[in-house]
Structures are given as structure tokens and as C-alpha cells.
Design a protein around this ligand. Structure first.
Ligand code: SAH
Length: 230
């Protein structure tokens, strides 16, 4: 089995590379991919760079070029739900693109013809995550994640996204990764640890908590890998 572990920023995959210790670096399409053998499975690890375009490229490469059969995303996000505090973990049940807008033609936000507003994540992987959470004694919230090419640091925008997509958290890569995996039939899982509340203090909170929240998410994802291999 080959599993892809993806982040958007170096900080999000650093704890994973630390855990696998030995890996081979492959340069492809302007990015670095790290291949490792871990407890008998093949891993391909990479950060995409920020946003929907780079994450689409990386997810596609991991699945179509490296042949990953499952994709686990680990990273940080801004909270919409008041139940989510810095450091809390949220797993996406489904994802939408909050900045995809052809509503002028009467379509709902996040929709384009032949697409869908939401892409659902793999239920088996979510089930596995719940087992992992129980074993780790860590609360894990499930919810809708909204994605867009925008760092949201504005209460009004955040509330609009929350209301329009019933979203609990927001970030900049999840929904594009979801579209790729759905199209290529690769089961996927998007996990995020909260780094900020997508409000006027978001950039300060992000800078303060990026590393610790990224570690929270990465540790959980590696426990998922441990579960997948046994
Ligand atoms: N500090 C970085 C930019 C970070 S962009 C720099 O200067 O280079 C924010 C990243 O974290 C994205 O990858 C996104 O997925 C996630 N994220 C965390 N909080 C977010 C928020 N409030 N809005 C959008 N994305 C957020």
C-alpha cells in the first residue's frame, strides 16, 4: 500500500519527516516529494505550498504520478464554529470552495456545472480517525470545511462562509485536494488543527500557534497511518 501524507506548508510536514527519519527526496514539477518506507508501507510526503492551485498540483502528482492509494492531509485552519479553540482537531466530513462564485447565473455559491458544492471525505478513514481519537483520549470534532484562496481575518467574511456553507472551519487547500481525490477515486482524509479564529487577530494567532497546532495534527495523522498498517 502507498499512502500520501500532504500538508501545505513546511511546518505541517516537518513533524512527519521527523517521525519517519529516513526518506528519499524526489524533485518533480517544481516541488519536493519525500518517499519513505514506514512499518511496511510506502509513504509519499510533501507540502504543496499555499492555496488551491498548488494543492491541486501536489495532490494530483501524489495520486497519478506517485501512485498513492490513500491521501491523508494534515494542517492548520481557522475556526468558524465557536466550539473550536486553538489546538482543537477537526476532521472534514465534506468540503466546499467558498470563493467559487458564478452566482450571477443563478447557481449556488461553490457550484459549477458538472461539479458539486460539496465533496464528501472517505467514511472509513473518518471511522478510523474516531478510533484513533478514542485511543489517544483526544477530542475530535467532525464538520464541514470551507476552502478558498484567501487568508480569512475578518469576522464578516467568516460568518458569511459559516452561514452559506454550514462550515465549521476554513482553510486554503482542503476542497481542492478533495476534488482531485474524488476524481481519481483515491480515498482521502482532511485533518486540521485550529491555529486561529479567522477574525481580526487571525494573523497574530496563526503566527503564534502554527507550529504547535501543526504538530497536533501531524501526530494524529501518524497514528492514523499506524492504524492503517496494522
Ligand atoms: N504565514 C504564511 C501564510 C499562511 S496562509 C506566510 O506568511 O507565508 C494560511 C495557511 O494556513 C493556509 O495554508 C491555510 O490552509 C491555513 N489557514 C489557517 N488559518 C486560516 C485562515 N484564517 N484563513 C485561511 N486559511 C487559514
Amino acid at each position: 500500500m502507498k499512502i500520501a501524507i500532504m500538508g501545505a506548508m513546511p511546518e505541517e510536514i516537518a513533524p512527519i519527516l521527523e517521525k519517519v527519519k529516513e526518506y528519499k527526496t524526489i524533485e518533480y514539477a517544481g516541488n519536493r516529494y519525500y518517499e519513505a518506507s514506514y512499518k511496511g508501507v510506502e509513504l509519499v510526503i510533501a507540502y504543496s505550498k499555499i492555496g488551491k492551485v498548488f494543492s491541486t498540483l501536489t495532490a494530483t502528482t501524489m495520486c497519478a504520478y506517485f501512485g498513492a492509494q490513500k491521501l491523508l492531509f494534515s494542517g492548520v485552519a481557522g475556526a468558524i464554529s465557536s466550539k473550536l479553540k486553538v489546538g482543537d482537531l477537526i476532521v472534514a466530513t465534506k468540503l466546499a470552495q467558498h470563493d467559487l462564485d458564478i452566482s450571477a447565473f443563478g447557481h449556488p455559491f461553490g457550484y459549477v456545472p458538472e461539479g458539486a458544492v460539496y465533496v464528501e471525505a472517505d467514511k472509513e478513514l473518518i471511522g478510523l480517525a474516531k478510533e484513533v481519537a478514542k485511543e489517544m483520549g483526544k477530542p475530535l470534532q467532525e464538520g464541514i470545511i470551507a476552502t478558498g484562496d484567501q487568508f480569512v481575518a475578518d469576522e464578516k467574511r467568516k460568518n458569511w462562509i459559516g452561514k452559506t456553507f454550514h462550515a465549521d472551519a476554513l482553510e486554503m487547500e482542503g476542497a481542492s485536494v478533495a476534488v482531485v481525490c474524488d476524481a481519481l477515486d483515491v480515498p482521502f482524509f482532511i485533518l486540521r488543527a485550529i491555529s486561529d479564529a479567522a477574525d481580526m487577530d487571525a494573523s497574530f494567532s496563526f503566527d503564534e500557534f502554527l507550529e504547535t497546532s501543526a504538530v497536533e495534527s501531524a501526530e494524529f495523522v501518524m497514528k492514523m497511518v499506524d492504524k492503517l498498517v496494522c
